[in-house]
Design a protein around this ligand. Structure first.
Ligand code: NDP
Ligand code: HEM
Length: 503
């Protein structure tokens, strides 16, 4: 700093640069000199500014805030951050779309990510949720297939309605999530006006060793607001960053958005009596059988100081958890436990946990996790590089959780009965329930048909017909409405303006 407190411009190494806008050259016209460290320092760093974007959920927005306990649920969960009404825990939230690239439009028809990091006294707890209570798959091996169909055609480099709809025609357990995606909830008006859902079944326990299956619901205190298809398309063109702008401005002007947090709980016995597997991510737990129980409030009241440092570098994972909250055996969740830290080691580096936004506030000690690129935390100094009984003895905490038996034969087959055998074809039951829910809201059933038709009308006739037949399994009326809407868009049904394939 100079006397007047203005910062002095320096190289990255601290050398004061008298002429930051000038390059060292021979004479007036160059060539340039290799000794010009300011130039090389600046260009070489600029050349490396980009890190890989997230392979999914690349476009996002985030903010800080807090989680406050509003109700006692100690009979269900003994995690320390929940142990007192009024207790406040610092939180980071990142919202996102899924399929598009980093610069894609916020108004895209897509699920929205709703990822939360709670900096608790027992370590970081990440709730990596979506704004939909179900998902497209119940077997994780399908995830890369599914995601590829939502991204770009490898030849045309275009989004491809044939790929998109071909996937669901082959994997019809996705029908429930497709119904939500193509309802107006598939295009939320902003991140503030949507809910968050764990989707997965988790296992929470108390200090008596009792456990429940749990689903978490974060219900927007701002209410649900959506865009219709035409509004979303218009918004994508006029302001591709509308949700980022909305969130940032709301927080900057003191209008802090919040969500009331609820759990649904289920015992093991109740789970065995369900008509579907509790580990099937394509199903919800009906409210009337599993009522919502309030336990907290999440509020966002602080914008990031720096988007790249605090939001782009944030690393969320369902495997970042705290005592008394565990993953269930849901196979999609089990796979996610691996996938997130794995991609983050690639995206951010092996020491991603040392980046301040990812660093637990809780004290950590594990001296075998050391070295590696970008070690910036002192690297445990002279502490032994193993758990030594000679120097620096440590103590282990008592295990908090529960044991259960898991010794059955290895099953390698179609992923239907993950846990308890399910009779009959149940994948259309909840999709049909949702169609009835839409019927309670004026115009929403027709909007669903309109939104599906607008998208599938770009596909080849065989796919269009397949989709019409598929939705007949949800409701004959829906199927008829989709056909009618397609014919309005493509009077000569069978024309395929966007496809490069022969009809
Ligand atoms: P309910 O009638 O008790 O619940 C219906 C729920 O549907 C509402 O509470 C609301 O959940 C949600 N909803 C309302 N409008 C829409 C919409 N336009 N698009 C998507 N969801 C909407 O019945 P059930 O619990 O038996 O569920 C019936 C169907 O509702 C399910 O098959 C599922 O598709 C859908 N649903 C159920 C949820 C659950 O956890 N049980 C959660 C969300 C949807 P919310 O208050 O969470 O917005
Ligand atoms: C992001 C994988 C299913 C919610 C990601 C990322 C990967 C991934 C690799 C990028 C992470 C990063 O770069 O930091 C998977 C796999 C899945 C799956 C393999 C299934 C097998 C789900 C489900 C949900 C979900 C079911 C919600 C219930 C999210 C969210 C993000 C994300 C919210 C963005 C996190 C952020 O904001 O940084 N996923 N995912 N994913 N995923 Fe998944």
């Amino acid at each position: 700093m100079s006397d007047n407190k203005k910062p002095t411009v320096t190289t990255s190494q601290g050398y004061p640069i008298p002429n930051p806008f000038e390059t060292q050259r021979i004479g007036n016209h160059g060539p340039l000199l290799l000794q010009d460290f300011n130039l090389i320092d600046s260009l070489a760093h600029f050349d490396r500014e980009r890190i890989p974007e997230r392979v999914v959920h690349a476009k996002g927005s985030g903010a800080f805030g807090n989680f406050i306990v509003t109700d006692d649920i100690s009979d269900v969960c003994s995690s320390a951050f929940l142990n007192e009404i009024g207790k406040k825990t610092k939180a980071l939230v990142r919202f996102s779309t899924v399929g598009g690239e980093m610069g894609s439009a916020d108004a895209a028809r897509d699920p929205r990510g709703f990822a939360i990091k709670l900096y608790t006294e027992e370590g970081n707890l990440d709730w990596v949720y979506n704004n939909t209570p179900v998902f497209f798959i119940r077997d994780p091996i399908k995830f890369p297939h599914f995601i590829h169909t939502q991204k770009r055609n490898p030849q045309t480099h275009l989004k491809d309605p044939n790929m998109f709809w071909d996937y669901i025609l082959q994997n019809q357990e996705a029908i429930h999530q497709f119904m939500i995606l193509f309802s107006d909830r598939g295009t939320p008006a902003s991140y503030r006006h949507m809910n968050g859902y764990s989707g997965h079944t988790y296992k929470w326990s108390n200090d008596k060793g009792e456990w429940h299956y749990v689903q978490v619901h974060l219900i927007s205190d701002q209410g649900i607001k959506t865009l219709n298809n035409e509004e979303a398309v218009k918004m994508s063109g006029e302001n591709p960053d509308h949700a980022q702008e909305d969130l940032f401005n709301a927080i900057a002007t003191g209008d802090a958005p919040s969500w009331t947090c609820y759990i649904q709980t289920m015992t093991e016995e109740q789970a065995k009596a369900l008509p579907f597997s509790v580990f099937d991510l394509t199903k919800v737990w009906p409210h009337k059988d599993f009522p919502l129980r309030r336990f907290g409030k999440l509020t966002l009241n602080q914008n990031p100081e720096n988007y790249f440092a605090e939001i782009e570098q944030a690393a969320f994972s369902p495997s970042h958890t705290v005592p008394y909250q565990e993953a269930s055996a849901d196979p999609v969740l089990q796979s996610r436990l691996f996938s997130y830290p794995d991609t983050q080691r690639h995206r951010l580096g092996t020491n991603y946990a040392q980046i301040p936004v990812n660093c637990p506030y809780a004290k950590t000690f594990n001296p075998i996790i050391r070295d590696g690129a970008m070690t910036v935390n002192g690297n445990y100094g002279s502490c032994p590089n193993y758990l030594s009984s000679i120097e620096n003895p440590v103590e282990y905490k008592e295990a908090k959780g529960f044991n259960y038996q898991a010794n059955q034969e290895v099953y390698h087959g179609p992923a239907q009965p993950f846990h308890w055998k399910v009779e009959g074809d149940i994948d259309y039951v909840q999709a049909s329930e949702l169609y009835k829910v839409l019927g309670r809201q004026p115009g929403q059933q027709k909007a669903l048909a309109h939104n599906i038709a607008g998208h599938v009308s770009g596909a080849i006739p065989k796919i269009q017909q397949g989709v019409i037949n598929l939705f007949a399994k949800v409701s004959p009326q829906l199927s008829d409405d989709i056909r009618e809407e397609i014919l309005k868009i493509n009077p000569k049904q069978g024309q395929c303006p966007y496809s490069h394939q022969k009809l």
